[in-house]
Design a protein around this ligand. Structure first.
Ligand code: SF4
Length: 338
C-alpha cells in the first residue's frame, strides 16, 4: 500500500486582481508542490474581510483569483482549490481555538501591530486573524504550509495552538512546518513597501502588455541616478530586483554592468525587464482570459473543491466536538420546523 502524501495548505486573499507579488511569492511556488504533496489551496475571503473591502466587488475578486490560480498551472486534478467561506467549519474551529490562544500571543504578532498601526478603529477580526489561519491549516491536518517570511510567526502560533489544544483534549492535531518561500518580499513599484493592492504599487497579472509597460516605465529606480550619463547602483534599484525574477543570468550581468557604467539608460533596462515579464506572464494572462469566458468551468472546480473540503472538515469537527464535550443534544432531524 502506498503511503499517504503529506498535506499542504496555503491561502491567498481575494483582495483585488492578483499581482506579480502574489505570483512570485506564492502562486509560482505552489505549482510544483501539487506533484509531491496532497495540496489544498484556499481563496481566503474570510481573511479578506478583516481589512476594508467592498462587498459588491468580493465575488469578482474571488473569481479573478480562481482563474489566475488555474491559469498559472494549479491543476484541479492534482490539487484542491476552494473558497474558504464555502466551508463553515473554518469559523467553528477558529472559535474553538480562541479558547486556547493567549491574548498576549495575538497582540505581539508583528503583522497585527503593523496593520493596527494603520487603522483608526481596531477590530477583533484583525487580532484573531492568525487564529483563523490556524483553523484553516489544522482543519485539514496539514503538515506543511508554504508561506512568505512575514507569515512564519503565524505558523509558529499555529503550532502553539495545536500543542495547547492537544494538551487539553488529547493528541489530535499535527504541528505544521512552514515551507518558507525563497523569494524575499517583492517590493512595490514605488520601491517603498511590499507590493500590495492597497498601496497601489502593483503590476496586475491580468494587465495587458501595454499596461504593464506603462507601470514599469514610470517605476522608481536608483534615486541617485538622475541623468542618463550618471552611473547607477543596481543594488538599490527595485527594477534590478525584478530582473532577478524574470531575466536570465546574462541579462542580469548586462543590466548590472550597463547601470554601473551608464552604458544603458533606465528605459533600456525597464524595456528589457518588461519584455521578459510579458514572455513569462503573457501565457498565464491568455489562459486566465480564456477561463474568464468559461465561468461555469471555474465555479465547478470551486464547488468540487468545497465538497471535498467539507467532507474532511466535518470529520475533523466531529472529533473536536466529541473530545470537547460539544456533542450536542438535538439531532438535525429534531431541529426541523414542522
Ligand atoms: S539602469 Fe536599471 S538597474 Fe540601473 S538604475 Fe536604471 S533601472 Fe535601475
Amino acid at each position: 500500500m502506498s503511503e499517504a502524501k503529506p498535506r499542504v495548505f496555503s491561502g491567498i486573499q481575494p483582495s483585488g486582481e492578483p499581482h506579480i507579488g502574489n505570483y512570485l511569492g506564492a502562486i509560482k511556488n505552489w505549482v510544483p508542490l501539487q506533484d509531491k504533496y496532497e495540496c489544498f489551496f484556499c481563496i481566503v475571503d474570510l481573511h479578506a474581510i478583516t481589512q476594508a473591502f467592498e462587498p459588491a466587488e468580493l465575488p469578482g475578486n474571488v473569481f479573478d483569483v480562481a482563474i489566475v490560480l488555474m491559469a498559472a498551472g494549479l491543476d484541479p486534478q492534482k490539487c484542491t482549490i476552494f473558497l474558504q467561506s464555502d466551508v463553515p467549519e473554518h469559523c467553528e474551529l477558529a472559535w474553538v481555538f480562541t479558547t486556547v490562544t493567549p491574548l498576549g500571543e495575538l497582540e505581539r504578532m508583528t503583522q497585527f501591530k503593523d496593520k493596527a498601526s494603520r487603522q483608526d478603529s481596531l477590530l477583533a477580526g484583525l487580532l484573531n486573524y492568525p487564529v483563523l489561519q490556524a483553523a484553516d491549516i489544522l482543519l485539514y491536518h496539514a503538515s506543511l504550509v508554504p508561506v512568505g517570511e512575514d507569515q512564519v510567526q503565524h505558523i509558529e502560533l499555529t503550532r502553539e495552538i495545536a500543542r495547547k489544544w492537544n494538551a487539553r483534549y488529547g493528541e489530535y492535531f499535527p504541528e505544521p512546518e512552514a515551507l518558507v518561500s525563497r523569494v524575499r518580499r517583492v517590493m512595490g513599484l514605488d520601491g517603498q513597501a511590499k507590493m500590495s493592492k492597497s498601496l497601489g504599487n502593483t503590476v496586475g497579472l491580468l494587465e495587458s502588455p501595454q499596461e504593464t509597460w506603462e507601470k514599469i516605465r514610470v517605476a522608481l529606480t536608483d534615486p541617485a541616478r538622475v541623468r542618463r550619463t550618471d552611473a547607477g547602483n543596481p543594488n538599490v534599484c527595485n527594477i534590478f530586483s525584478l530582473h532577478r525574477y524574470f531575466s536570465s543570468q546574462a541579462e542580469l550581468a548586462w543590466a548590472d554592468e550597463g547601470c554601473r557604467t551608464a552604458g544603458i539608460g533606465c528605459i533600456d533596462c525597464k524595456r528589457r525587464l518588461t519584455d521578459n515579464m510579458i514572455a513569462e506572464l503573457g501565457p498565464i494572462r491568455e489562459r486566465a482570459l480564456q477561463l474568464r469566458r468559461q465561468p461555469d468551468q471555474v465555479y465547478e472546480v470551486l464547488a468540487a473543491g468545497a465538497s471535498r473540503c467539507r467532507e474532511i472538515a466535518a470529520q475533523t469537527m466531529a472529533e473536536v466536538r466529541e473530545r470537547m464535550g460539544l456533542a450536542g443534544v438535538v439531532t438535525p432531524a429534531q431541529t426541523k420546523v414542522e
